[in-house]
Design a protein around this ligand. Structure first.
Ligand code: S3P
Length: 178
């Protein structure tokens, strides 16, 4: 176990869970750098996630995502890490993240997730050309066991504003001396 105060704060959950918005705010409050694994992949390739899905495909994207998770976890400086929603399906990612960080699962119903992502068109290839609610319902059933296996704490974001969700995450971080 990493020494108290030096673990990363890791946010997981489905698309629309608020990992980036809440993660940025938590990072500002903790005075830590914020990284998003999607941003790391985009920076290393010079392509957007959407372009990568179209050019190299999802399986190759997942390899790049695994590298991004490893790089973030290996940072000697404690970070706030927002993980792409699919990263936790990979057992290596789950092991690294749970070993190096306090993993907080941001949870919401498929209907709430669908409502949040509908304003952000074109950035989530898995939701393109599919009904977002049906797909998020399917992904919830598929991924919840992986999120549950990795999470040290759960924050129900249903009905919470951003500030309330940030406070709930920071409360978990304080409890676990992150
Ligand atoms: C994905 C989630 C996205 C991104 C990619 C695939 C997923 O990240 O990594 O579109 O499989 O759930 P966010 O969860 O940050 O939207």
């Amino acid at each position: 176990m990493t020494a108290p105060g030096t673990r990363h704060l890791v946010l997981i959950g489905l698309m629309g869970a608020g990992k980036t918005t809440i993660g940025r705010a938590c990072a500002a409050r903790l005075g830590r750098p914020f990284v998003d694994t999607d941003d790391l992949v985009e920076a290393s390739t010079g392509q957007t996630v959407r372009e990568l899905f179209n050019t190299i495909g999802e399986a190759a994207f997942r390899e790049l995502e695994r590298d991004a998770v490893a790089n973030a976890c290996n940072s000697p400086e404690p970070l706030v890490i927002a993980c792409g929603g699919g990263a936790l399906l990979d057992p290596t990612n789950r092991r690294r993240l749970t070993e190096h960080g306090l993993v907080v699962w941001l949870r919401a119903s498929p209907a709430t997730l669908a409502a949040r992502v509908q304003h952000e068109t074109g950035t989530r290839p898995l939701l393109e050309s599919r009904d977002a609610l049906i797909e998020l319902d399917r992904l919830t059933a598929l991924r919840d066991p992986a999120y549950e296996a990795a999470a040290h704490a759960v924050v129900e974001t249903e009905g919470l504003g951003v500030e309330e969700a940030v406070a709930a995450v920071l409360d978990q971080a304080a409890r676990c001396s992150v």
